[in-house]
Design a protein around this ligand. Sequence first.
Ligand code: PMP
Length: 284
Amino acid sequence: RTVYVNGEYLPEDQAMVSVFDRGFLMADAVYEVVSVLDGKLLDFAGHMARLTRSLDALSMDDPLTEDEYLEAHRQLVQRNGITDGLIYLQVSRGNPGDRDFVYPPKGTRPTVVMFTQAKPGLADAPAAKTGWQIISIEDLRWGRRDIKTVQLLYPSMAKMEAKARGADDAWLVEDGKVTEGTSNNAYIVKDGRIITRELSHDILHGITRAAVLRFAREAQMQVEERSFTLAEAQAADEAFVTSASSFVMPVVGIDGTPVGSGAVGPVATRLREIYLEESRKTAI
Ligand code: PMP
């Protein structure tokens, strides 16, 4: 693979970042994942807007313009021959000096790293037809989950726990309410209404979430932005998750309890179709 590091395109085994980089030592970094379908970028502007928001929240300089990010995305798609896949982008605070809790001086150049992950047939994932089994686990992450930092150890542990128990993913629960999935936003459907937690510091403001809710409303579907309990989810007609890499993915079981009929439902199926169709139209 050809990867991007600070303005250079290099073979992956020649790309280097300092051992003192605060992204590496302190998870002082933010990231984005943009999906690629037919060689085009989905929801690119949304991901760039959230990147700016994450950087601002951490008082980190943005080293590139949106046009430069776009050019780098396109270069990586082209140089790696990506038809369907993902582009990972990370901006860390950098650090030319020694390990220190104090930020490096203003003007220190952040480190920008980007790479591609080829995912042939990304939009036709077989799991979209069968749905995911989910376990629940306590949400032990920090209090600013709206900032897309690379502190992914706890979500990673939760995902490992899900796999160990034969499930596909975990939903995180705080004060009895579902916050979100390890790497996706969580939804239930009850009596035709789509219910998903309201935006706050407690969850990541999913770019796919924003698009899916917009399409749902445009299709005259009822949307309720509020938190819900696990019991409510287990008694729902349908459940699903959204993310840039899984689009809309049905959830058919929660902690071993089937959701609705235990099969993929019509609302999740329709939203997945609408999302893929509409976002392909605006892909750049
Ligand atoms: N929540 C969390 C915790 C995530 O990691 C992600 C994916 N990065 C999402 C939600 C979904 O966000 P998006 O639709 O922007 O991919």
